[in-house]
Design a protein around this ligand. Structure first.
Ligand SMILES: Nc1ncnc2c1ncn2[C@@H]1O[C@H](COP(=O)(O)OP(=O)(O)OP(=O)(O)O)[C@@H](O)[C@H]1O
Length: 569
């Protein structure tokens, strides 16, 4: 295998192939390892020296800056490690975290001439035969590539993302060394990582190799766009496949405002509140509905479009949640709403935050103290950033760890909340999130969601009237929530085979304790009556019944006339 094979053919990360290549060329590894060790040795000596002189506290900011500079000097792999660590409050000191977050932007660009040569060789045409205009310098430089603004000969405005040169061999060598170090260090580290360290390096390598395959990024963008194809709120740039390769990505230019640019957003007459609403709702949709989520939603990757839509870019780092994880997440939200802390602790085990052998008994009261108080104060005061900060404290007391996937999700949620807060300092994530979850449960399009709703509504076999009331009240604070279609779906479900159990339970609930729960029904009715005007209700009821065959309707409602006016298609 020559270096050409390693650079050209390894679209996917393959630890064994990389190891085979480098074992035959040990000098490459030694040279690089010396540079890395040299940089970090000075840094660690510096920390120790501060300790000895008792100035560690005073110098901590200086050391954090020094660490960031070392990572930038060591190049893309280390910048990416720094970015990944900046999401791990369970592993990294807070002052270092704040410095590492800066690795997301403001990186030095690479030579223009190299970038232009790369565009020509990758796309197979001279620049002039593709673009009528191309910015003389990159408009942005990031860890893995830089972006030019241009116009195709056919007139469309485009962003052209060009990868830094020689990324594959650089990343491969660094990953090889990291993996080697991980296999030696694993047994000695007192870290509560819960995994073999080499597996973490492998996961990191896999993600990194995916990220430098721009064809993959293009496919991700199209998949994301497909998920939101019916949404009037989301804009995803089109990919120009003809001018896209593994190392050059040409996509539609988004003429919007970055979400950090509040002034321009307001000046353009866009309502920041609406953009926030879209950002949070689409964020939740990605996690809880599609499971395919943008794992890097920093403000540079989100745009407010002049027409009020929100634009997403940069689909290099996406992640897919399994069906079970998605369901457990919804469960966790349900348990949180219901204040079922024992079940919530159980969800943490299922999601991998706690190992299955953990004794959750002492954790339950701690969760209650942390979350119960936050929720009790006022739903609107529940702030995600405070909760995660508090949660980081729990991590030191109990054997919590953050599974890699959730580090991305948590970072994504905290960043989104941060962006929203910069647009509206009074923003409360739950004011958007709660209604969204309540609405989803109540409209329960899938069998799993309906089952979850039933879990919310019944505790230990007893129907929880209050919960239904709360949920309807919360859902109604969401402008998109229309009670009637929900009621229609509920009726549809009640009449289905699957709903038979619920029918029985509801009858039991209504007559529980040998009394008719008329008061509760009356309260519910007061809550919903304004939404239910009689003609719409009748229409909706017929809508439901029309989907059943005449025989089925007759079976459910024995007194219904078999030759009635219900449409039987
Ligand atoms: N379609 C686009 N329309 C307008 N601007 C764009 C577009 N694509 C990229 N940019 C600009 O280029 C910057 C970097 O792009 P992008 O985030 O895709 O690169 P990246 O190398 O993946 O960076 P990182 O992963 O660090 O965010 C964006 O913040 C934005 O300013």
């Amino acid at each position: 295998m020559n270096s050409q094979t390693l650079t050209q053919n390894n679209r996917k990360y393959d630890a064994r192939q990389i190891a085979r290549f480098h074992r035959l060329r040990p000098w490459l590894g030694w040279a690089r390892a010396t540079t890395i060790v040299w940089n970090f040795a000075w840094f660690i000596l510096g920390l120790k020296w501060d300790d000895l002189r008792g100035v560690a506290e005073r110098n901590k900011l200086k050391r954090a800056v020094q660490l960031r500079k070392i990572l930038v000097r060591l190049g893309p792999t280390f910048i990416k490690v720094g970015q990944a660590l900046s999401t791990r409050p369970d592993l990294i000191r807070k002052d270092f975290l704040e410095e590492l977050i800066k690795l997301q932007d403001q990186l030095p660009p690479f030579d223009n001439a190299i970038a232009l040569r790369q565009i020509q060789s990758e796309l197979g045409y001279p620049i002039k035969e593709i673009f009528s205009e191309l910015s003389p310098a990159p408009v942005a430089a990031a860890s893995l590539g830089q972006v030019y603004r241009g116009r195709l000969l056919t007139g469309e405005e485009v962003a052209v993302k060009v990868q830094r040169p020689n990324l594959r061999p650089i990343l491969s060598l660094d990953l090889y060394l990291m993996r080697w170090a991980a296999s030696w260090l694993s047994p000695w580290l007192p870290l509560n990582l819960g995994h073999d360290l080499t597996l973490i390096v492998d996961e990191f390598g896999t993600k990194l190799f995916e990220e430098i395959d721009y064809l993959n990024e293009g496919r991700n963008a199209e998949r994301f766009a497909k998920n939101f194809r019916n949404s009037p709120d989301v804009k995803v740039p089109a990919i120009y496949w003809r001018y896209t390769s593994t190392r050059v990505l040409t996509l539609e230019w988004l003429n919007g405002f970055k979400l950090t640019d509040t002034e321009s957003i307001i000046a353009a007459g866009i309502d920041p509140q609406e953009i926030i609403q879209i950002a949070v709702t689409t964020g939740l949709q990605q996690l809880l509905e599609y499971g395919f989520f943008h794992a890097d939603p920093h403000p540079g990757n989100l745009f407010a479009m002049p027409d009020g839509r929100m634009g997403y870019i940069d689909f290099g780092m996406m992640d897919q949640l399994s069906e079970t994880t998605k369901e457990t997440l919804v469960d966790a939200v349900v348990h949180l709403i219901n204040k079922d802390y024992t079940d919530l602790a159980g969800d943490y085990v299922k999601l991998g935050f706690l190992t299955p052998d953990t004794d959750i008994r002492p954790i339950v009261p701690a969760l209650e103290a942390l979350l119960g108080d936050a929720i009790n104060r006022n739903v609107g005061e529940f702030n995600f950033k405070t909760i995660t900060d508090e949660f980081s404290k729990l991590m030191y007391e109990f054997p919590f760890r953050v599974p890699a996937k959730f580090a991305l999700i948590i970072r994504s949620l905290v960043t989104q909340e941060g962006i929203a807060l910069s647009l509206n300092p009074n923003f409360k994530i739950v004011e958007v999130a709660y209604p969204y979850v309540a609405r989803r449960l109540l409209t329960g399009e899938s069998a799993q969601l309906r089952r979850r709703l039933i879990n919310v509504l019944f505790k230990d076999g007893t129907f929880q009237w209050e919960r239904l009331e709360n949920m309807i009240a919360i859902a109604r604070t969401d402008n998109n929530f229309d009670l009637l279609p929900t009621a229609q779906m509920g009726l549809q479900f009640l009449l289905s085979d699957e709903g038979q159990f619920l029918q029985q339970q509801l009858v039991l609930a209504l007559t529980e304790d040998d009394r008719l729960h008329a008061q509760e029904v009356q309260r519910l009715w007061n809550l919903v009556k304004d939404d239910l005007n009689p003609s719409r209700v009748l229409g909706a009821a017929f809508g439901v019944l029309s989907q059943f065959s005449r025989e089925r309707v007759a079976a459910i409602l024995p007194s219904f006339p078999a030759s009635g006016s219900v449409n039987s298609n």
